[in-house]
Design a protein around this ligand. Structure first.
Ligand code: HEM
Length: 411
């Protein structure tokens, strides 16, 4: 079929129901040129896996899509440079280093649930208590990962609104596939503000290092050299950004699925061994980050199509995760499915691509596993009667990042 018969990738029609569009792409045009994007779309599981692993699909696209707001981050590096720079932070995201944060996560979950929240829009003071109606997404799910990462970095919770404004502007910049100049300018402005904010913090940690991640970065040495302030700011910007909205959306999506099929909520509540499969299936079925860009370094053949060197290629995570060639009944949310190893979901051997795949596999996957498991367990314990609020219909939104807009629940 000629590509003119296709809706534009960046159209509202696709954003409304990307999964229907992706199904058609997989069937009819698995390597699809989209004029508005100015790039190719890869939609099948096997092709996306190959692209994540192949050096012919580089992350050079991030020079334009990310570097202006992050600086030169891990995502852009490869080879020895990537291994060295990732090794500076990876000990804090796995094994013993990760275990250190379990009490921080537990404290923050309790802290958020035990406080009163003043809802700015309704001027109401809300409390997380049985029978109350709250927006679980914005009043709980989004707070938790920001509080956790800011504790890890040793930054104050009081600046939550500023952190959210900054990382939201960065996520909009990254998702600015339409190349809207206002969004681009807002992203750059956010970096200026965040980096000004971080300058005195970094200087202070150089003089008085503590046991937080910023102190670890200021005292770290790579080949006998310490990191420059801007490199530290890049790491912090990336950590603040990468783990916040993604984890919040994953938690909101999980509870949307569980509460939309009450029997699943009850089953998971009664048997917590079903919780990890439900989380992993949520990440397959509705990945928060729906795609990653790449740039080809040479001409590459995929499914009989030649993608020229220097092309932008979107690896469609959300499509690969529902490829009928890989998963049975891919459009069903089924935590009991036997064609997905849930234990592997948070490792580089993961069978779906919610956390990417290959060299740039998500650094924070195990941290988010810990946050999602702990938070869900507490919510299930405290609010066994939780249900969707009367008359509330979840509405999914977003193309690059996707989740429900709100999650109104009665606790
Ligand atoms: C459910 C939550 C999360 C999701 C869905 C997610 C998703 C992803 C994806 C898809 C990538 C690959 C990007 C690419 O290849 O272009 C990635 C990389 C990354 N993520 Fe996550 N992420 C999550 C949580 C976190 C957390 C909690 C952190 C840290 C606080 C984090 C830090 C990173 C970093 C630093 C990278 C870049 C790794 C590298 O280039 O080597 N992420 N993430």
């Amino acid at each position: 079929m000629a590509s003119t018969a296709w809706p534009a990738f960046l159209s509202s029609e696709v954003a409304e129901d990307p999964y229907a569009y992706y199904r058609r792409l997989r069937a009819e045009s698995p390597v699809h040129w989209d004029e508005g994007l100015g790039g190719y779309l890869l939609s099948r599981h096997a092709d996306v896996a190959t692209a994540y692993k192949s050096p012919a699909f580089s992350t050079r696209n991030y020079e334009v899509h990310l570097e202006p707001v992050f600086g030169r981050s891990l995502l852009q590096m490869d080879g020895a440079e990537h291994s060295r720079k990732r090794a500076l932070v990876s000990p804090y995201f796995r094994g013993k280093g990760l275990e250190m944060w379990a009490p921080v996560i537990a404290r923050n979950i309790a802290g958020i649930l035990d406080r009163s929240v003043t809802s700015a829009s309704e001027h109401l003071v809300r409390q997380f208590r049985p029978g109350a109606t709250v927006d679980l997404l914005t009043e709980f799910c989004y707070y938790l990962p920001v509080y956790v990462i800011t504790d890890m970095l040793g930054l104050p919770h009081d600046d939550y609104d500023r952190f959210v404004a900054w990382y939201s502007a960065h996520i909009d910049f990254l998702g600015n596939l339409h190349r809207d100049p206002t969004i681009a300018a807002r992203g750059r402005q956010a970096t200026e503000e965040l980096w000004d904010y971080l300058t005195p913090v970094i200087h202070d940690r150089r003089r008085h290092p503590g046991d937080d991640l910023i102190s670890a970065l200021v005292t770290a040495e790579v080949n006998g050299e310490s990191l420059a302030d801007d490199e530290i700011k890049t790491h912090i910007t990336q950590l603040l950004n990468a783990g916040s909205e993604t984890t919040g959306k994953a938690l909101g999506s999980l509870f949307t699925h569980l509460l939309s099929q009450r029997e699943l909520f009850e089953a998971v509540r009664a048997d917590r061994s079903q919780l990890l499969p439900a989380i992993s299936e949520t990440l397959r079925f509705t990945p928060p980050s729906q795609m990653n860009g790449r740039q080809t370094t040479t001409d590459v053949q995929v499914e009989g199509v030649t993608i020229p060197a220097g092309s932008l290629v979107m690896l469609l995570i959300a499509s690969a995760n529902r490829d009928e060639r890989r998963f049975r009944a891919p459009d069903s949310f089924d935590p009991g499915r036997d064609d997905l190893d849930h234990e592997k979901a948070f490792s580089a051997a993961g069978e779906h691509f919610a956390f990417g795949f290959g060299r740039h596999f998500c650094l924070g996957a195990m941290l988010s596993r810990s946050e999602l498991l702990q938070a869900s367990n507490v919510l299930l314990d405290r609010f066994p009667q939780m249900r969707l609020a009367d008359g509330f219909q979840p509405h999914w939104k977003g193309l690059k990042m996707r989740a429900v807009e709100q999650l109104l629940v009665t606790l």
